[in-house]
Design a binder for this molecule. Structure first.
Ligand SMILES: C[S@@+](CC[C@H](N)C(=O)[O-])C[C@H]1O[C@@H](n2cnc3c(N)ncnc32)[C@H](O)[C@@H]1O
Length: 276
């Protein structure tokens, strides 16, 4: 895989709103690297295709991607709604917004600085909302769904996509040690089990939820496991959750498995369609 140095210091919590620095330039390269890697994964692409088909954006419509990152799906929405429509990415991270804007030159995609819980749109003014891998970072996911429902007009469609870290699997690693590590990782996240809560959250907001909930296994490249777990391993050791000896052993096991092409980790990501 490409140079993974940009990942150093990034953890699952790096995309939380509270960790988005005012001067975001320092961490932008690492975040772009992670997002580009994630959107090259076949499982992620399959779910994105499912979401686009479910949302079915039409020429002339207004389509919004909340937490749009580097903007790949805003550009797809822009192509679908055409020049008579609007495709807008909501992205509070200034560095990611700048990258998305640069990558979208010559397309109809535009970007705004706003929060999922406070969108800059009138009531019932939007046809399509999508939101991918953002809910796990939100302290008020129900507030975000309420805001999406507020801006959607009758006939509007919403797809929310997110992982559920309670479904993570990995080899190698002693199961008891991994359990301690993952419990610690989840304790650092506002909404680690975002995926399982999506259908209920949409139902409670009054949306009609399609029974076809889509799911995919997100499987990082085999050579990426060590760099993906290293920072959270260090954090867990600093917090006294694991010992140095346990860290060293797990790192050795992962390195050996990676060298043999046998390391594996996966987490399930769900996509839910709601209609107004
Ligand atoms: C893991 S990234 C996913 C980016 C993009 N949706 C994708 O699938 O590639 C999470 C994104 O959510 C954004 N984000 C974090 N908190 C947010 C909030 N409160 N409102 C809107 N976006 C938020 C982050 O800046 C980041 O771009």
């Amino acid at each position: 895989m490409a140079d993974t140095d940009a990942l150093a210091g990034l953890t699952a919590t790096s995309f939380h709103r509270g960790n988005v620095a005012e001067d975001a330039s320092a961490d932008t390269a690492g975040q772009v690297f992670v997002l580009d890697m994630q959107e090259s994964l076949p499982g992620v692409l399959r779910l994105r295709d499912w979401a686009m088909a479910a949302l079915d954006p039409q020429p002339g419509e207004t389509a919004v991607d909340v937490g749009s990152g580097t903007g790949a799906e805003v550009r797809r929405l822009a192509a679908a709604v055409g020049e008579s429509g609007r495709a807008i990415g909501i992205e509070p991270h200034a560095g990611l917004r700048a990258v998305a804007t640069e990558r979208s030159s010559g397309t109809g995609a535009t970007y705004l600085d706003a929060e999922a819980t406070d969108l800059p749109f009138e009531d019932a003014s939007v046809d399509v909302v999508r939101c991918e891998r953002v809910f796990q970072h939100l302290t008020d996911p129900a507030g975000a769904v309420g805001e999406f429902a507020r801006v959607l007009r009758p006939g509007g469609r919403l797809v929310v996509i997110d992982s559920d870290w309670g479904t993570a699997v990995q080899t190698p690693g002693d199961p008891e040690l991994l359990r301690r590590l993952w419990d610690f990782r989840d304790s650092q996240s506002p909404n680690p089990h975002a995926g399982r809560h999506l259908p209920g959250q949409l139902v409670r907001t009054g949306l009609t939820v399609d029974p076809d909930v889509a799911a995919t296994a997100v499987v990082p490249p085999p050579g990426a496991l060590l760099v993906l777990v290293q920072k959270s391993l260090e954090d867990a050791r600093a917090a006294g959750v694991v010992t140095q000896a346990e860290c060293d052993q797990l790192v050795d096991e992962i390195r050996a498995a990676q060298d043999a092409g046998q390391a594996f980790m996966a987490v399930t990501m769900f996509a839910v369609l709601g209609r107004v």
